[in-house]
Design a protein around this ligand. Structure first.
Ligand code: ACO
Length: 318
């Protein structure tokens, strides 16, 4: 038994914040942001718009594209770093909003690698016979964790959601997946705030050592894509589409170069989405599926790295 993605969907909140808008908020410039990251604009959730709201819209589109109904879904996994509330999980809230009554629902927290972690988990549930139709979602309102006076972080992130329906299949589908983590590096990228005494204690905002993250990301992504290709006796040139986590165009270029892939084979949405953390891969995937770039039979490689540190890659035959 294998698993196969049979539908994708995504959703971006209505408000667009451009680099030129940011110039009015912090000491930055469009040129600095664009040259360093490839970002032009990002979407920002409205006040009161929650991770589960974005997830609901993306999920409805994925379920429609899959041609199934909510009664068929027997597993909901939500990857998010910005859950609606402490508990219950955003997956349970989403399950209720969609009217799903059966199966398991839980969140996965692996920051920007969250979608890769969640998809791998859903694949194992399906291959183990415990689920047939899994809804796997990445959703973030990361703007809530940004200090709008800190130009080193607030220019990089955005809000959004992406979803896929993963179904049991006699043919692959997901060919292999590799996940890694090394908590020793957790200080490079973190939001240390926590709840205590009825309020947020510590710093609720994202703090990042950008240069250290950059070097680490390039190194581990190169390693993990090689690992997943070697397991399938494939080479970079066999990949039709690389769909990377959309953190920074320069990190994506470095991974593509390592694989010997042209940027024409890389799905890039960072210019218009910014870094949407766990949502970035399913958002990019949905874009390339809907515009007809990703087609049946092609090899698609997903990769991500994020806080933790966590990283991973998944190879699929579409
Ligand atoms: N606008 C203008 N100037 C800025 C800004 C800004 N928004 N932010 C920092 N600067 C200044 C710095 O203060 C510094 O000034 P100084 O030389 O006077 O001290 C100068 O620009 C250079 O700063 P660096 O940090 O050296 O810039 P760098 O070229 O490394 O680019 C960046 C910074 C874009 C963060 C880069 O390191 C990067 O992309 N790192 C990866 C981070 C990332 O992708 N994080 C996403 C989360 S993790 C993930 O998803 C994988």
């Amino acid at each position: 038994m294998y698993s196969k993605i049979i539908g994708t969907g995504s959703y971006l909140p209505g408000k667009v914040l451009t680099n030129y808008d940011l110039e009015k908020i912090v000491d930055t410039s469009h040129d600095w942001i664009f040259t360093r990251s490839g970002i032009v604009e990002r979407h920002i959730a409205a006040e009161g718009e929650l991770a589960s709201d974005l997830a609901e819209q993306a999920s409805r589109r994925a379920i429609e594209a899959a041609g199934i109904s909510v009664e068929d879904i027997d597993l909901v996994i939500v990857a998010t770093t910005t859950p609606d509330q402490i508990f219950p999980s955003t997956a349970c809230i989403l399950q209720d909003k969609l009217g799903i009554k059966q199966g398991a629902a839980f969140d996965v927290q692996a920051v920007c690698s969250g979608f890769v972690y969640a998809l791998n988990t859903a694949d194992l549930f399906i291959r183990g016979g415990q689920a047939r139709n899994a809804l796997v979602v990445g959703t973030e309102v990361l703007s809530r964790l940004l200090n709008w006076e800190d130009r080193t972080t607030c220019v990089l992130f955005g809000d959004g959601a992406g979803a896929v329906v993963l179904q049991a299949s006699e043919t692959p589908g997901i060919l292999s997946a590799k996940l890694h983590a090394d908590g020793h590096h957790r200080g490079m990228l973190q939001a240390t705030g926590h709840i205590g005494k009825g309020a947020v204690q510590g710093d609720p905002f994202i703090k990042m050592d950008g240069q250290a993250v950059f070097k680490f990301a390039v190194k581990v992504l190169s390693e993990v894509v090689e690992e997943v290709l070697a397991e399938n006796q494939l080479q970079g040139s066999d990949i039709d589409w690389l769909v990377p986590h959309q953190a920074n165009i320069r990190i994506m270029e470095a991974t593509a170069k390592k694989l010997g892939l042209s940027m024409d084979n890389v799905v890039v949405t960072v210019a218009h989405h910014g870094n949407t953390s766990a949502a970035s891969i399913p958002l990019a995937l949905d874009t390339a599926v809907r515009d007809g770039r990703i087609r049946p039979g092609q090899h698609v490689l997903l990769e991500a790295v994020g806080g933790g540190f966590t990283w991973g890659a998944i190879l699929l035959r579409w």
